[in-house]
Ligand binder design. Structure first.
Ligand code: NI
Length: 173
């Protein structure tokens, strides 16, 4: 087990487009394990590889989480995910992000999605998601394309949060 450092905005790496995983091998499975450890420790419900500095199209989610009373964790790793369908109706959730610490804002996204991906064994899978899981997967896939939830907000709101993040980083250094 290893905890990986999480990159935070406005780090330019977070604005880059990640590359497809060419082979699902032990190195990828080890990265997935470390990403789950890092996400649960944070704690968070989703993490994309680029957030730990790895430019690969890979993400982990668990909207139930570890350690919740009476609930089994539901870890899910998606490699090279592609959204193949979105619903006409939208849902609004207050989103946060491990790369945008301590800031939250409402984001509107399609309420339901279908996504195709490779699992940890390199097997093609598809998933229909709604509720928080649908939002979370869309948020994480955005990361693979260099998009943060801040990019869904007005420029005014986005810049206000970015200025605060820069200030926080200066205070911490
Ligand atoms: Ni995020």
């Amino acid at each position: 087990m290893a905890l990986l450092p999480i990159y935070t905005a406005p780090d330019p790496l977070l604005k880059t487009v990640s590359k497809p995983v060419e082979e699902v091998n032990d190195e990828i499975r080890r990265l997935i394990g470390d990403m789950f450890d890092t996400m649960y420790a944070a704690p968070g419900i989703g993490l994309a590889a680029i957030q730990v500095g790895v430019q690969k199209r890979l993400l982990v989610v668990d909207v139930v989480g570890r350690g919740q009373e009476g609930k089994e964790p539901e870890p899910l790793a998606l490699i090279n995910p592609e959204i193949t369908w979105v619903s006409d109706h939208d849902a609004t959730y207050e989103e946060g992000c491990l790369s945008v610490p301590e800031h939250y804002a409402d984001v509107v996204r399609p309420a339901e999605i279908e996504v195709e991906y490779l699992d940890e064994n390199g097997k093609k899978q598809s998933l229909h998601a709604d509720g928080l899981l649908a939002t979370c997967i869309q948020h994480e896939i955005d990361h693979l394309d260099g998009i943060l939830f801040l990019d869904h907000l007005s420029a005014l709101k986005r810049n206000m949060i970015l200025r605060k993040l820069i200030k926080q980083k200066k205070l911490a250094s």
